[in-house]
Design a binder for this molecule. Structure first.
Ligand code: GDP
Length: 300
């Protein structure tokens, strides 16, 4: 939590600024609502969600007879947590079943942080005493397999890769087969994400999934989104959601944005749980997403 707090400190500034002005008021007036609205929109919460949050906040403060900025801040925190649908299932489905490994597909646009996220997830699982195999099905970007291999040796996971330009589906198939052979708990598959060739990308991901399913079900398809791309990232997300059944989101680079409110927009617009957040480039910079902790870190 301390790390989350420190890393989100930049996000904190955006809300923090609005809240500081708010806290210096001795009574609440109309302007307060505008300030909260500005702070939320400025933090990329999105216009619709902001309006809803502020409307609910107005209602609650009227009912409760809220007078002070401190009370208002507490209510705002409650509304932000509610907007993140705290009851959603955010567990990572990666455990073995019926003698086959749990299979996780990792998808997203190039540069979003897929390969890094695969490495970080592997690290968490291995630290938890589980065995992991990594599949380098991003055969388009030459460096990707290399990068994944580095992560593999760093965390203690075998990596299955094909020759450059190999069919991603065949690498994914081989990875799961090898995972079964070794009896590992989890197979994580890194995929390619060339958005400029939308049809090709969708075909490719669909094929990767179908081929892997010859061995057994895909348990989790994680969409990796770069938090710094803000609302634009949501459009990209839809392309991936059309290609495969995405089951959860990993929001990366939250350490590098002043707009942490994007988490709210992502969940609301995509209807998918944010399961993990990336808070840096290092192996330990991945955290499970906890709405209450997140809001706490965000509004300080
Ligand atoms: P891919 O193309 O989707 O596989 O993306 P990569 O995993 O290669 O990541 C692209 C860049 O983003 C790399 O320089 C990573 O170190 C960096 N990166 C990934 N996740 C995070 C994160 O949570 N925070 C920061 N600051 N950088 C990240």
């Amino acid at each position: 939590l301390v790390r989350l707090r420190a890393r989100l400190s930049r996000s904190q500034n955006v809300f923090g600024k609005g809240l500081l002005t708010l806290l210096s008021r001795d009574h609440l007036d109309e302007e307060v609502w505008e300030e909260i609205e500005d702070a939320l929109i400025g933090a990329d919460v999105g216009v619709d969600a902001t309006r809803e949050i502020v409307d609910r906040l107005r209602e609650r403060t009227a009912v409760l007879g809220t007078r002070t900025a401190v009370e208002l801040r507490t209510l705002l925190a409650v509304e932000l947590v509610n907007a993140l649908d705290p009851g959603m299932d955010r567990s990572l489905r990666a455990t073995p079943h019926d003698g086959t490994p749990g299979v996780v597909l990792v998808v997203g646009v190039n540069g979003a942080g897929k390969t890094t996220t695969c490495g970080k997830i592997a690290r968490v699982l291995v630290a938890d005493g589980r065995t992991v195999l990594l599949g380098a099905a991003d055969t388009f970007r030459a460096a990707a397999a290399e990068q994944l291999t580095t992560w593999g040796s760093r965390v203690g996971a075998e990596v299955v890769r094909g020759p450059e330009g190999a069919d991603p589906a065949s690498v994914a198939f081989d990875a799961v087969r090898r995972g079964i052979e070794l009896g590992v708990d989890t197979v994580l598959i890194d995929t390619a994400g060339r958005l400029q060739n939308k049809v090709g990308l969708m075909d490719e991901l669909g094929k990767v999934k179908r081929v892997v399913e010859k061995h057994g079900p895909v348990d989790e398809t994680l969409l990796v989104l770069d938090a710094t791309t803000g609302q634009n990232g949501l459009e990209q997300a839809r392309v991936f959601m059309e290609a495969v059944d995405v089951t959860g989101v990993v929001l990366t680079k939250l350490d590098g944005t002043a707009k942490g409110g994007i988490v709210i927009a992502v969940q609301r617009k995509l209807g998918l749980p944010v399961k993990l957040v990336g808070l840096g480039e290092g192996p330990d910079d991945l955290a499970p997403f906890e709405p209450a902790q997140f809001v706490d870190a965000l509004i300080g």
